[in-house]
Design a binder for this molecule. Structure first.
Ligand code: CA
Length: 278
């Protein structure tokens, strides 16, 4: 079975044709500037139409190079990136975005006709936050965009959270370990922020999808594992990857280190109170 059939809300069709939108009514949404990177002009035009109908401003590029040129003087709120592009794939573009400090946290939806589980995992591994397979429904894409924008905006303006060596500042979108800044993708940042705000509690993959990706997200639970892997990889050089614990058969938990760090959230005084003392 193709994963695309399981994760989408639309049936699998053999052609690359776009499904007709069953209910073309405008949806109330917070306007955003959205970068569309798609080489097929018919799909690009359709995307522009659907996005502008939802009140968004569209920046369109027909290649990865054109997208990079646009990104030098625009700061979109979200990007929709086709996989197969002339002169450099969308996958390479997403990887490049994730290496660029300024674009690291740009929410990205991969849009592609490649539908095997391996492809989807590769897309997510490259740094995409979500994945929509062609043919797609503009309505479904619209709701995924809203969910992703909500996630990205929800996290702005929050106080810093400190757990062990990690300090996560939602307002500045910064994570640091012992004062050293750690680069994190948008979804990893959101996931870590959620776990840091609720330490020592186990969350199932489905619960994490609900809390981090938003209720009603049509994403495979396995996606959570991909992002946890990526998060641990980013934390490993700072010795903080073990904070994210896998609880077999249950899900994930952020463990608070046994050795409390000064002015962290730790409430147990260190070495002051020998066992049994009162
Ligand atoms: Ca293409």
């Amino acid at each position: 079975m193709h994963l695309s059939c399981a994760i989408g809300t639309i049936p699998c069709l053999p052609s690359g044709a776009i499904l007709a939108d069953p209910m073309p009514t405008p949806t109330v949404t917070v306007p955003a500037q959205i970068l569309v990177v798609e080489d097929e002009s018919s799909i690009r035009d359709m995307l522009r139409f659907a996005l502008e109908r939802d009140g968004h401003v569209v920046l369109a590029a027909g290649s990865a190079a054109a997208a990079r040129a646009l990104l030098t003087d625009h700061a979109p709120d979200l990007a929709i990136v086709d996989w197969m592009l002339p002169g450099g794939s969308g996958l390479e573009l997403v990887r490049a975005l994730r290496r660029d400090e300024r674009l690291l946290s740009l929410p990205v939806i991969m849009l592609t006709a490649r539908t095997t589980e391996q492809d989807i995992t590769a897309g997510l591994d490259a740094g995409a936050d979500d994945y929509v397979t062609k043919p797609f429904s503009p309505r479904e894409l619209g709701s995924r965009i809203r969910a992703l924008l909500r996630r990205s905006r929800d996290f702005d303006g929050e106080d810093a959270v400190v757990r062990g060596p990690l300090t996560l500042d939602g307002a500045a979108h910064r994570l640091s370990a012992a004062g050293v800044e750690i680069a994190l993708g948008h979804t990893e940042f959101k996931l870590l922020g959620f776990l840091m705000k609720h330490p020592e509690r186990v969350y199932s993959r489905a619960q994490l999808l609900d809390h981090v990706w938003g209720p009603g997200t049509f994403i495979e639970e396995r996606t959570v594992d991909v992002h946890v892997l990526r998060l641990r990889k980013a934390l490993r050089p700072h010795g903080a990857d073990t904070l994210i614990e896998t609880v077999r058969g249950a899900g994930y938990r952020l463990g608070v280190p046994a050795e409390p760090v000064d002015d962290a959230v730790a409430s147990v005084p260190i070495g002051k109170n020998p066992a049994g003392g009162t």
